[in-house]
Write a protein of this length. Sequence first.
Lengths: 268, 323
Amino acid sequence: MEHASLRLENLTRVFGQTTAVDRVSLDIAPGQFVGVIGRSGAGKSTLLRLINRLIDPTDGKVTFGDTDVTTLKGRALREWRRDCAMIFQQFNLVERLDVLTNVLVGRLAGRGFLSSMAMQFSDEERTMAIQALDRLDLVPQALQRAGTLSGGQQQRVAIARALVQNPRIMLADEPIASLDPGNATRVMEALRTINKEDGLTVLVNLHTLDTAREYCDRIVAMRAGRVMFDGTAVQLTDDVVRDIYGSEGLEEFNEAVTSTAARVRETA
Amino acid sequence: MTTQITDADIAAAKERVPYAFRAPREVILRRRIVYGFMIALFIWCIFDFEFIRVVLFDYDRRTDTWSFEPWQTFYEYNRRTKEWSFNPWLPVERLYAGIYKAQAFFEWPRIDFSWEEWGMIAKGLGETLSMAFLGTVLGAALAFPLGWMGAKNILPLSFIRVPTRRGFDFIRAFETLILAMIFIRAFGLGPLAGILAITVSEIGTFAKLFAEAIENTSEKPVDGVKASGGSALQRIRYAVMPQVNPVILSIILYNFESNTRSGTILGIVGAGGIGFMLSDRIRAYRWDEVWTIIILIIAMVYIIDWLSGRVRQRIIGSWDGAR
Ligand SMILES: Nc1ncnc2c1ncn2[C@@H]1O[C@H](COP(=O)(O)OP(=O)(O)OP(=O)(O)O)[C@@H](O)[C@H]1O
Ligand SMILES: [Mg+2]
């Protein structure tokens, strides 16, 4: 289980007329930092949601080691979701709950009915949550209401929530798209640290080329639901991008990122 | 940017976004007809219910004929002196006489009650307050599970949800006062009938308001909890309830306020509380005592409003968590 790899085989999802994800096959080795890039509507979010089973595929399957993820149900499905943590562009925290409880939500999959309805957590779990918050420099905010935090802080709370799930894989759907460059850098650095220190597989959607080049071992480029490129950052030259997206596509990618990229180089 | 806008440009823009421009003629016409109708209805009501009395025709019983005599609006006939006299206030005479009579009912409130009598009044006020409290709490407790059943995001199965929602509407169609009169028949005079009337009518109102509050919650935190492996009930507990609980509490407090007011009315039909004493005093023409009670009711309602306003503000600013 520990060193299992994630495989997508002919994964397809159709919404009405549009095929959001079209026969995607990928083999992701444990500990890889994979970036998925592509224009708006390329199917990046749908791909991640399929892996986490927030939505079900129309065709194809996802396997992790020997387990077929696509057939999981009930408790096993909830445990799979715990094992492959997900963070969202809009953070998706419960704003009226305090930061600590938001992090403890990551422990819900293993809890019984009564104790979770009463919002009871053990001292071990609370300590786990505090340690996770400490890794993201958020201990002082632990008892603050999540909605009062800045965007960058909220995204780091979401990462802490993902961490206490003790996941095997970390999925991130455009985690920095609504953050300013400074906060974007902190969030990306946090993901990198988790990847290096804990050996977690990270699969992150990005819409900016430079960020992808800066952080990812491997880059997957999508267009209209299909994988158009799969290789290292070095292989993804401007010429390749121009081939896939046309010259306007290259411009679009570079424009959006320049500020983030500049900050990244500065701090790195 | 001082390019000249040509007629062709305007026509083209109109073609693309017709509703960005002046509404089409038939829309304007329809609007005017609706406004005209509303104004005409208002004016007709003012005259028909004799806020302002206007005489246009006079009926002569002997000859059985109508004659056009608009001057009668300002001239009145005195049977004894058999003379017509001019009175410019004649159109609003009835309104004026009413106000005059109403103020004649005002007497200085009586305060020299014995301790025993004060005790009775306090008991009446307390009874109305507890009727409102118990009715509201019972209604809310029964409506709480129903509200979740009526919310689309909780129960997507429309063959259960839709009949449930229609059920709320059915209950709400019964005015609390009518329910009180029914329950007095069933359970006899006294506060029990009043409490049940408030409870039943609040079930309908609360369940509907709760269901709407639940539907208005954000879906994002729910996805967040789901992606962490939370079960359906855990998603409700951790993502929906924190959003909806303050709203529900504030709805309950607000309706408690309004039930304190309507609880007074229930007393008048015999369902216990201060209203019972009030109607008793009105029947006995004890206007001084009536005014004492009215002032005390106003004070009570005012205090409850103020208190629950403060509580509501605190609830909205607060949050819960795993403590
Ligand atoms: N729930 C849904 N119902 C219908 N269509 C959907 C749904 N979710 C996604 N789609 C469609 O699937 C396609 C891919 O959407 P997706 O959100 O995966 O793109 P994306 O690459 O994440 O884009 P963005 O960068 O804008 O987030 C789009 O055409 C979208 O309209
Ligand atoms: Mg997306």
